[in-house]
Design a protein around this ligand. Structure first.
Ligand SMILES: [Zn+2]
Length: 480
């Protein structure tokens, strides 16, 4: 029997009638399109976010500043006063995770991963580096292999990156990011999330991303199914008196375009299809923006948003997300709107009173704990949403057997997906920064590939697919 091309046996076929009765010239992708809108907030996640309080963030940053220096090289110093230096800071962070774990019946596995980094430009002798992290295993055995991760770096520096003794408070860079990891743990341990969440503080960032590189390679070699890495670095909302250009209602989210890990063949395909703006990291950044619209609705009077930046990092700068990108993981960087470089990577200099010279040094007095709390809430909401979602559809493909003006997409369910999963087909104009339109795809009646055909030309838009559970938790979008 010969079927017309759009009838696909054993598959779901959507053939909405997309004909304009008036014959008016509307682009096909606008006809009967539903505008993409924020999800409804999950009350349990919203409740957990209330646990995150500026006072706890202040205590964390105050404690980390109290270690004098957290320069990575200070792990090799033998004459530091007791309670000073990066090793004492690692002990303290591990103790915080243990304390949080007590509140959830031991739900965190706290790890101290200590290794020796060989000598390099910024490491004059083989140096002991410790990553501290806590794993909250997923509550659903079918989902627990999936992981999401939040990280900040607890090492700090002064003007000379090799100086392991001079006080290096690193309040913004990056005690603020460590505070985000700890607050995410404090909040999310109140929830039973189906997938696994990892809360991280790495060292060696200032010496060359050593801690994150070690952890990302470990994750790769152990086959961690990491779907999202959120790196928080300089999220203190720097408050310099007189700076009128700082913005406290948004955080920048940087993401790579063409994946660092793409093979030449993959890069060729990305160029051929114009998918330079659709890496997994870019989809993660869009998911963060989506989450901000759900949990910080502007109608609530306290808007806080993700300002997406389509580049891997700021000019002349790098960060720990890059280590994860190199290992093929989706990873992004959160950073405050406007940095004050007098308060980063500087020896402390307090000018005499009456002087117009700026104060130098990464001091806690310039950190805005309310701002860090909002960044932490956005991180926690994103982690909770992704860990509650069904994960990502697999083998997402555009079926292109012949030239035609419609589009047929095919994919398979995420591994271990529950029966209440449905899908959303999203699309946007190729020049649009974020998803514009959505069409719900009902759950298939039987196992096997899911196929959808729409009378929209794939040449003019970008399509993506995401999986959504019965409660509305959205997974990351996958483009064919
Ligand atoms: Zn940093």
């Amino acid at each position: 029997m010969k079927f017309p091309h759009w009838i696909l046996p054993c598959a779901l076929v959507l053939t909405a009638l997309f004909f304009s009765s008036s014959g008016s010239a509307q682009p096909d992708f606008l006809l009967h399109a539903t505008t993409a809108a924020p999800a409804t907030a999950d009350p349990a996640i919203a409740q957990a976010l209330r646990v995150i309080q500026p006072a706890d963030i202040e205590k964390t940053i105050q404690s980390l500043v109290g270690f004098g220096t957290r320069n990575t090289l200070s792990s090799m110093e033998t004459d530091l006063p007791p309670g000073q230096g990066i090793t004492a800071a690692a002990d303290w962070i591990a103790a915080q995770f243990e304390e949080i774990s007590k509140t959830c019946g031991g739900c965190l596995e706290v790890h101290r991963d200590t290794f020796t980094e060989p000598s390099s430009d910024r490491i004059p002798q083989p140096t002991t580096i410790t990553n501290v992290y806590a794993i909250m295993r997923g509550s659903d055995p079918a989902q627990a292999r999936r992981m999401v991760l939040v990280t900040g770096h607890y090492d700090s520096r002064v003007t000379n990156v090799l100086d392991a003794k001079t006080p290096a408070p690193g309040a913004n860079d990056d005690a603020s990011g460590v505070a985000v990891s700890l607050e995410c743990a404090r909040a999310l341990t109140r929830l039973h999330l189906p997938a696994t969440v990892v809360f991280v503080a790495v060292a060696g960032e200032e010496q060359g991303l050593n801690g994150s590189s070690h952890l990302a390679k470990l994750a790769h070699s152990e086959g961690w199914q990491l779907e999202a890495v959120l790196n928080n670095d300089i999220v203190g909302g720097n408050t310099t008196p007189g700076d009128t250009l700082q913005l406290k209602d948004r955080v920048r989210v940087f993401s790579e375009g063409v994946p660092t890990s793409a093979t030449p063949e993959q890069a060729r395909r990305i160029r051929a299809l114009g998918e330079e703006n659709d890496s997994p990291s870019r989809q993660l950044a869009r998911a963060i923006a989506d989450t901000s619209r759900t949990y910080f609705p502007s109608a609530a009077g306290a808007p806080f948003s993700a300002f997406l930046v389509g580049r891997p990092d700021r000019y002349l700068r790098g960060g720990d997300h890059t280590s994860f990108n190199r290992e093929g993981f989706a990873a992004v960087r959160f950073t405050e709107w406007r940095e004050d470089f007098n308060h980063q990577h500087q020896n402390i200099v307090l000018p005499p009173s009456g002087s117009s010279d700026p104060i130098l040094g990464d001091l806690i007095q310039f950190v805005d704990f309310n701002y860090v709390a909002n960044v932490a809430r956005l991180n926690a909401a994103t982690l909770a949403t992704l860990a509650s979602s069904p994960g990502q559809p697999v083998k997402v493909a555009m079926v292109t057997k012949k030239l035609d003006n419609g589009s047929t997409l095919q994919w398979e369910a995420p591994a271990g997906a529950a029966s209440n999963v449905h899908y959303e087909l999203l699309w946007r104009e190729t020049t649009a920064p974020d998803w514009q339109f959505v069409q719900t795809v009902p759950s298939p009646a039987a196992d096997g590939p899911i196929t959808v055909t729409v009378p929209i030309s794939k040449d003019n838009v970008v399509f993506g697919v995401r999986a959504v559970d019965g409660a509305g938790h959205r997974g990351l979008v996958v483009v064919p």
